[in-house]
Write a protein that binds this ligand. Structure first.
Ligand SMILES: Cc1cc2nc3c(=O)[nH]c(=O)nc-3n(C[C@H](O)[C@H](O)[C@H](O)COP(=O)(O)O)c2cc1C
Length: 328
């Protein structure tokens, strides 16, 4: 699949997730074959860019190309300026967030709340596309609420304004993350556009990925929560769709090395104190994938130093190896 001049290395993309898809996690997902990763959303209000949080969110120096940054806001000129500054910082794709139901964004009528004002959507898209000479993409939901699934209308507006790819999460804003994602509206959108359409929502298994592609005929799939604690899901998806077969699970030693590398990446990126804190949620997600991990999990999310997190992680895997060799 292509976005503007960029041919993506795979059609399995990582969804932007604030608080999750930071630089270390993006790097890891790309290593496992994610065709594109996007920064966590950054406010278009550049007066807030001096904060540590925004500075980190805009850190795309280590990303593989194409480097995509997501911005969220509701004022066309502000969004245009933010997009220009993202380009100055090395962005090669600017993604506009109209998918996030988070309160903080929506109180300012941004994220998916914007979908209720189609005229404003048009102004924002036009302003951003005119402001930069890199591809602008849009991420949205299927509509404002189940009675107003205006995703197809917004999609048409987006294509008309020069948006170069569209990611659609199969829920409305009112659904937040409840219920199951639906793919019928995504299929309708795909059917009516010429630009690439990326289907998103609840793709957590290989079987589901096949089903979503069949139902929507989308050009690519975007995975969010399905990659938490298992960045290797992208490798599984690629293998499955290329060969029709499931790839053998990663060896325990490999999983250990991935986790230790991820932890060290977080400590480097955030510094030890914040890094240890951020690592806790990733460790919890990894544990959901690991056998007999309950006691490891309860300890590792409580310690306060990098060395303790690393030691507990190594010890868990050493114990698992011992058990495996006793059982053999
Ligand atoms: C913790 C979290 C943070 C998110 N942050 C963003 C964000 O910054 N920008 C955005 O467009 N969507 C955001 N989303 C929505 C995801 O990109 C995605 O559309 C949604 O999770 C559905 O995909 P999934 O079922 O594969 O997780 C977030 C979702 C989660 C769970």
């Amino acid at each position: 699949m292509k976005i503007g001049p960029y041919t993506l290395t795979s059609r399995f993309l990582l969804a932007p997730m604030a608080g999750v898809t930071d630089a270390p996690f993006r790097r890891l997902c790309r290593e496992f074959g994610a065709g594109l990763t996007t920064s966590e959303m950054t406010t278009a209000d550049i007066s807030l860019w001096q904060t540590e949080k925004s500075r980190r969110r805009l850190d795309i120096d280590g990303d593989l190309e194409p480097r995509a940054v997501q911005i969220a806001g509701s004022e066309p000129e502000q969004m245009a300026l933010a997009a220009r500054l993202c380009v100055e910082r090395g962005a090669q794709i600017v993604d506009i967030n109209m998918g996030c139901p988070a309160k903080k964004v929506c109180r300012k009528l941004a994220g998916s709340a914007l979908m209720q004002d189609e005229a404003l959507v048009q102004k924002i898209l036009a302003a951003v596309v005119a402001a930069v000479d890199i591809p602008v993409t849009l991420k949205m939901r299927t509509g404002w609420d189940p009675d107003h699934r205006n995703g197809p209308e917004i999609a048409k507006i987006a294509e008309g304004e020069g948006i170069q790819a569209l990611a659609v999460h199969g829920r409305t804003r009112a659904c937040r993350y409840k219920g199951d994602a639906e793919y019928e509206t995504i299929a309708r959108i795909k059917n009516s556009l010429s630009i690439p359409v990326i289907a998103n929502g609840d793709i957590t298994t290989l079987e589901k990925s096949l089903e979503v592609l069949r139902l929507t005929e989308a050009d690519a799939l975007m995975v969010g929560r399905g990659a938490q604690g298992r960045p290797w899901f992208f490798r599984e998806l690629i293998h499955f769709h290329e060969t029709g077969k499931k790839i053998a699970p990663l060896e325990l030693e490999k999983v250990r090395d991935i986790m230790l590398g991820h932890l060290n990446g977080l400590y480097r990126f955030y510094g030890e104190t914040t890094g240890v804190r951020v690592a806790r949620k990733h460790l919890s997600w990894y544990c959901a994938e690991l056998t007999d991990s309950a006691s490891f999990r309860s300890k590792v999310v409580r310690v306060d130093s990098a060395s303790e997190q690393l030691t507990l992680t190594r010890d868990y895997f050493a114990r698992q190896r011992e058990r495996a060799s006793l059982a053999a």
